[in-house]
Design a protein around this ligand. Structure first.
Ligand code: ZN
Length: 55
């Protein structure tokens, strides 16, 4: 039961407005790349990984 483990979506595009963005902050392209490189979860709505061309 690790709190905020698997569902802690940490990477969004700056345009993502999907639900309750209390802990999700829009980040820059470079920040998104760094976050994805650190294996943070990309948002499945805005798909920053796809937007960044990492697929
Ligand atoms: Zn998002």
């Amino acid at each position: 039961m690790s709190r905020g483990g698997r569902h802690a979506v940490a990477v969004h595009t700056g345009d993502c407005t999907h639900g309750g963005a209390s802990r999700a902050k829009p980040i820059s392209r470079e920040q998104a790349l760094a976050a994805l490189a650190a294996h943070l979860e990309p948002c499945t709505i805005c798909r920053p990984d796809r937007d960044l061309g990492m697929l």
